[in-house]
Design a protein around this ligand. Sequence first.
Ligand code: AMP
Ligand code: MN
Ligand code: MN
Ligand code: MN
Length: 288
Amino acid sequence: MVDFHTHSLASDGALLPAELLEQAKSAGVTCFAITDHDTLSGYQSVKDTGTAQEVGLISGVELSCRWASTTIHVVGLAFDDSSLAITSMVKSLSEARIERAKTIAHRLEKAGFAGALKGAQETAGESQIGRPHFAQWMVEMGHVTSLTQAFDKYLGAGKIGDVKTFWPSMAEVVGAIAKAGGVTVLAHPLKYKLTGMKLRALLTDFKAAGGESLEILNGRQPEADMKRLSQMADSLGFLVSAGSDFHRSFEYGPTLGVDTDRLAEGNYVWDALCQRAQEGNAAEIKPQ
Ligand code: AMP
Ligand code: MN
Ligand code: MN
Ligand code: MN
């Protein structure tokens, strides 16, 4: 069991980083990454614990960026988390999230939802602020009946709370992860709802920017999608990665851990990483 895409309370997940590690351990995970949105704080708070060693924790992050007019997520794995390349990128993304939150709040307030900024900030607390915190606040206030409805009506793609202008380019975030010695993974390539032609263009640009790996399995996903993605990875020469994208437990939601027996053939990103995690120096070396 492996998992290279998970979230803790440091971003929009529900579990403390230590709780996430315990659950990963219970699920039998032996190579693991906490990939919070634009923050390393969850990973860094537990990286030196015994449980981290037991689950084979490597460094991880999910960075927000822009490609054409689309917001894209790039996962970084096994980088040196003290490298200025990554820490300065994460710092500027965190600042961008605060600026974005103000813009989202301003738009929501103009649409009649008074107190959106304070509400979302209080909901986020110490966590990296994001749209899910606005969604949660809207549910708590009774403005919507569910997180899904908040995204469908106000926060999702093309809605008033969808603000993209603040993210760096895809090439910049790929460059930052690479500079820190990490492996770059294009997260959930089918979630951007691109046409076949645009998806191909995204993968080509990702490759040209130095991108190395595609996430062929993200959470609960149809078998056919994994096959399609693994063929694309194969034809374009990408390593493959996989993760639950776990945020919290809910009915029909993904659970922690990916059974590698379920995965399509491919050059797995973890073949090299897991060995190093067990040797205790995952951040220092990357696959050739
Ligand atoms: P942000 O990174 O702040 O733009 O927020 C994006 C996050 O919102 C994703 O990582 C998901 O965790 C969550 N999300 C996106 N779409 C939905 C949705 N339709 N329903 C619930 N959560 C969503
Ligand atoms: Mn999320
Ligand atoms: Mn994502
Ligand atoms: Mn994610």
